[in-house]
Design a protein around this ligand. Structure first.
Ligand code: NDP
Ligand code: CA
Length: 324
């Protein structure tokens, strides 16, 4: 028998005053690169993961179990190559609305017996939000279209009456592509700026920009230019997982950890960005320790993807004009 899957704790960031969210029900956001089935079996070369643990039959239950354990209100996924046959029907039966955008030239299509292209998927809980608009974005770099995409949706929260814009993306992978990632990030920020400032017309202009949550596998360490772009943009975004650290300024040591024939790779590539003036982070799902991840790293029987899921509860801050 396999030992039980290590538990991850929901923790309160040290820098947040307790009970600040008492009258403001929070929104649970999950970010996860779930590892495309075709890539995991056909391209990635995860030599320390048992083949059986990489099978779709095994992995789909593990992925769904993780989602169901936390029941997020917003779910942002990358590397989804089982949207129409698995995630859309199952998530719909659980009360979620889904949207999917495949990559124009998904590397999954090179794999024999693939299940179609991989892409980004965005789900929201229908009892919590109503949909105002959806933007399916193909990211550009230096004016040229690239193979990377993003989905942005403007939602209306039924519980608080507030607007929220949520986006999901998966930037270009691998070293040597730092400038492309940076340009893709700039393009995404520009689209989000336009989406969050125009929705709702004149009324929105009076209320100020719509609060934003951007989830993604940025394929970039915090030292990269695209990270700097996001943290210093006029949109006023902060990375939620910095709040897990003691000083509130340091990203986790890893969000993905794998062993390929080329060697071991342990890096921080995944982020949940949020508008720091409009939203506050109430809780975060802790990152498993090296010991919990184990010597064979990810994926494994316990962790169906080479990326860890990120999860946080955010709540709307009081709007200054409502305090007047
Ligand atoms: P990326 O370089 O962004 O990566 C694609 C996937 O490979 C990601 O999911 C990434 O995972 C994973 N990956 C990252 N590093 C490695 C590694 N060392 N070994 C194995 N997998 C890795 O892909 P692109 O979107 O730029 O597409 C590239 C591929 O797409 C080409 O190789 C080709 O197969 C196909 N393509 C075909 C075209 C055509 O004309 N037919 C045109 C363009 C692309 P993660 O994000 O988790 O790191
Ligand atoms: Ca991958």
């Amino acid at each position: 028998r396999r030992p039980a899957r290590p538990r991850r704790d929901l923790v309160c960031p040290r820098l947040v005053a307790p009970c600040s969210h008492k009258h403001n029900p929070s929104i649970r956001v999950m970010q996860w690169n779930i590892l495309a089935q075709a890539l995991g079996e056909g391209k990635d070369g995860f030599i320390r993961c048992p083949l059986e643990a990489l099978s779709w039959y095994e992995r789909k239950y593990q992925i769904l179990e993780e989602i169901l354990t936390y029941r997020p209100d917003i779910l942002c996924l990358q590397e989804v190559d089982h949207y129409y046959d698995t995630f859309r029907p199952i998530m719909a039966s659980l009360g979620y609305h889904g949207s999917f955008l495949p990559k124009p030239w998904s590397p999954c299509l090179d794999v024999e017996h693939n299940n179609g292209p991989d892409g980004c998927a965005l789900f929201y809980r229908r009892s919590r939000f109503s949909l105002h608009s959806t933007a399916h974005l193909r990211l550009s770099a230096m004016m040229l279209p690239t193979n990377q995409v993003a989905i942005a949706q403007t939602l209306h929260c039924q519980v608080t009456g507030r607007w929220l814009c949520v986006a999901v993306t998966h930037l270009k992978a691998r070293s040597g592509w730092e400038r492309l990632r940076s340009a893709q990030g700039a393009d995404l920020l520009q689209s989000l700026q336009s989406i969050t400032s125009h929705c709702g017309g004149q009324k929105q202009a009076e209320l100020g920009a719509i609060p934003l949550v951007v989830c993604g596998d940025f394929n970039a360490e915090p030292s990269e230019d695209v990270y700097r772009r996001f943290s210093s943009s006029p949109l006023g975004l902060s990375s939620a997982y910095k709040l897990l650290s003691c000083d509130g300024k340091t990203e986790p040591a890893y969000t993905t950890w794998k062993i390929r024939p080329s060697g071991e790779s342990c890096s921080t590539l995944d982020y949940i960005w949020y508008s720091h003036d409009a939203l506050s982070v109430e809780t975060l799902l802790d990152i498993p320790t090296e010991e919990q991840i184990g010597p064979d790293r990810l994926p494994s029987y316990h962790y169906p993807s080479d990326h860890l899921s990120l999860l946080c509860d955010v709540s709307f801050r009081e709007e200054p004009h409502r305090l007047l």
